[in-house]
Design a protein around this ligand. Structure first.
Ligand SMILES: [Zn+2]
Ligand SMILES: [Zn+2]
Ligand SMILES: [Zn+2]
Ligand SMILES: [Zn+2]
Length: 315
């Protein structure tokens, strides 16, 4: 007699237990990659300290810019390591959706920091154009050369891992471009030594700050979309709804929400109006099979005999 059947189910919990077994299976390679990242973090922090001290003594803003960028990279790696550990935890009574979005939150924090650094460097570079400082070109050349070696080494550390992880591949490409930033600083040092053109230093600083801001502008929109429960970028809502409507026994689909569980899996909730005299469990299983094929591994379906707005159930 009841008009509403409220159903929540996730394929009998199958996808959850599968996730767990695959996690323990790859536990070793996770730890292996983490160890390499820890080394990269330690070396990058040492480089940063050396660059900042040398930058102050040499009077070079470009060197300090390169150092601050390296420092934010090291901080980003620490955050990513910690966030990844937390995100692997199971859901509990306080965090019923699990901890996977902690990784996204960490990435968001990184990019906000990067934007602040980028803006500050741009401002300082402009100030230096009008108020040039004397620069010790030799210190700049040697310390930036050290930066090339260390960024190159970090890139090499992450290269082998980069083939099977999207995140680590991004880190590898990042380290590679950072190496070219250090090359730019070396060139600035050589130009200052050869021609005495000290304005090259703020120019290189400006280029680094634009690069940093451009990098943040590329990745921030996608991260924000995940955080505000925006629809996944590769999901087309109308075609998902149409796909669900093709299931036998479905009269209508409405009130559909799709969001990220983490960067790789999606969740959906929807109201399903069932045709008269159908077995709800069969309709539900058929819908979930369709959704599974679309990478929507978790769904909450509310079944109705009539469209709910006709009875005023609202949202
Ligand atoms: Zn579930
Ligand atoms: Zn970087
Ligand atoms: Zn409804
Ligand atoms: Zn809703």
């Amino acid at each position: 007699m009841s008009a509403h059947h409220h159903e929540h189910d996730c394929d009998g919990g199958h996808h959850h237990s599968q996730e767990h077994s695959s996690h323990s299976h790859h536990g070793h390679s996770h730890r292996h990659a983490d160890q390499k990242l820890s080394w990269a973090v330690g070396i990058n922090i040492l480089l940063t300290v050396a660059q900042i001290i040398a930058g102050v003594f040499a009077g070079s803003l470009a060197l300090i810019a390169d150092a601050l960028h390296n420092l934010s990279d090291a901080a980003a790696m620490v955050l990513a390591l910690v966030a990844r550990k937390i995100s692997r935890r199971d859901a509990d009574e306080k965090r019923t959706y699990g901890y996977k979005k902690v990784e996204t939150l960490a990435a968001f924090t990184n990019f906000i920091t990067l934007i602040i650094i980028g803006l500050w460097l741009g401002y300082e570079a402009f100030a230096r154009f009008f108020n040039p400082h004397p620069i010790d070109g030799w210190i700049v050349v040697w310390v930036a050369a050290l930066g090339i070696v260390i960024n190159g080494g970090t890139a090499w550390l992450t290269y082998r891992e980069s083939k099977d992880s999207h995140n680590i591949r991004a880190a590898f490409l990042h380290n590679l471009t950072d190496m070219f930033a250090s090359v730019g600083v070396v060139v600035a040092g050589i130009v200052i030594l050869t021609f005495g053109w000290e304005w090259v230093d703020p120019l290189i600083t400006l280029i680094i700050s634009v690069y940093v801001l451009w990098h943040a502008a590329q990745d921030l929109p996608g991260i924000c979309n995940i955080l505000i429960d925006g629809a996944p970028e590769d999901i087309h809502l109308l075609s998902v709804v149409n796909e669900m409507k093709t299931v036998n026994g479905v009269a209508d689909v409405h009130h559909v929400h799709i969001r990220y569980i983490d960067e790789k899996s999606y969740a959906l909730e929807a109201h399903i109006v069932a045709q008269d005299h159908v077995v709800i469990d069969d309709v539900k299983a058929a819908i979930k099979a369709k959704l599974n094929a679309l990478n929507i591994k978790h769904s909450t379906l509310e079944f109705e005999n009539k469209i709910c707005s006709e009875k005023g159930c609202g949202e």
